[in-house]
Design a protein around this ligand. Sequence first.
Ligand code: GLY
Length: 582
Amino acid sequence: MKLSLSRLFNALSFTALIFVPLVHSVAPKAEVSERGMVASRSAWASQVGAEILDQGGNAIDAAVAVGFALAVTYPSAGNLAGGGFMVIHLNDGTVITNDHREKAPGAATKDMFLDASGEVVKGLSTKSHLAVGVPGSVAGLLSVLERYGTMDRKQVIQPAIDLAANGILLDRDLAEAFARRQKDFAPYEASRAVFSKDGELYEIGDRWVQSDLAQTLIRIRDGGRDGFYKGRTADLLVAEMQSGNGLITHQDLEDYEPRWREAIRGTYKGYEIISMPPPSSGGILLVQMLNMLEDYDLGDMGFGSSEAIHLMIEAERRAYADRAQHLGDADFYSVPVTQLTSKAYAKKRFADFNPSKASLSENIESGKVPYESLETTHASIMDGMGNAVSYTTTLNLSYGTKIVARGTGMLLNNEMDDFSAKENAPNFYGLIGRRANSIEPGKRMLSSMTPTIVRKDGKPILVTGSPGGSTIITTTMQVILNVIEHKMSLSDAVSSPRFHHQWLPTRVMHERFAFSPDTRRSLQSRGHNELVPLPPRYALGDANSVMQGEKGIEGMADPRNAGAAVGAALVAPLVESQAATK
Ligand code: GLY
């Protein structure tokens, strides 16, 4: 394998990370409730979910309501025209996942993002109508509600409709995010209309009403999936595509189906790890890395010790090398799931680990197995009846393509960038891929989303996951290890500083206070020469998590951002339903 390491090194720019105002300087306390808990990036969405629990809904009803609410109150990643994954634990022990990842349109081709000389055309897979995958969120949320929810469509969608139609008062988080993105929205009339007041910046405290989006939600409420994949919404989406040389047709929309998939299961020191299978790489890599680490006593080494960090970096290096070679949509490519997640494979793969020396990424080929991929958002939900849902959803990059489809109020995803546009050419996150993740019509692009539930004795004890592109998997793993190995409280587990390595680019990124000066020196002495601290105000991940605690269900919104954990029975009604929207 010949790779230009310097090109790959530069590929993952800091813009791929989450730019966040750090609103707390110390870990705040987790919320606690016996009746259920919702932790998400949006306080409005978390409250909607908690109200659903208060009304007697289960975790599935709440998760679906949170999904629709996030599309209104957290537009950079919450979505109707994107995709996501849900990992569900039912109180009878059943575990199932729902894959509503976007798909390549029927007219997509392997080389659609290459120029005549075979080079990747910069920006085509992120900032154009061609970047848009066939959306899956609406079909997925509705199928989950239908199979495992207890409420009807109207009950779970109406709060989102009310938030869009009545408007929300913009907080600093949203007002500043809109201001930062004005240049990106400027080329698109409908995007300007949603995210500015006739070209003037929204200010903190302004009421932000999304009338077109409310109408789209009403069509979904009244028509179900046909309210999105057929009729007026579909017509508007296809018209938007045609106006910008996009590929999605009526047929693509009608053909979209979410998939129920068996979860990836692993174990770690007596805990059961349940996560997302392909087209996510998250579950496989999480289990694979934990398998490599299981023989070591990370707890004894101590949080933040160079010994533990070295070990984790080396597990990450090997697992991400395997991702590039072996992972893609298993409906199109034979992914060696069993082998990659087996303890025996991990042992063999980690046999060359040297506790005193870093490996070189260029010497780490993908493992040989017999045979036979910023912005996203994560919500964690547990109800008081023993059900749990781990839910990650995305438009890919922040605000997706930045294109609002005219008349719908919906931002379009740019998920096509999660495909490998060309062998070994890095995508936005610097991830490389090969045939397993090449573009084919109807195929789902590889994801890093890692919605995860950790169980002990068959009961969910931790629900976690994160946004952050390629960094999702390592963030999720660190939260899990903080709980299991370092015995941290949920608050500490979510708040503690994080780092990330992904084989290529070769550097190790870390939050500013993740590595002390002597830890850095110790890592450098082992050969970890590219330790790159993130600039102030940049962070890794947003791991809104829920955990079964001694006093009840604890919820913790990641303090790196302005989300909230809201417990059932702790909320007063948030939104007055508006008669006009009924
Ligand atoms: N679009 C980010 C991911 O799915 O990994």
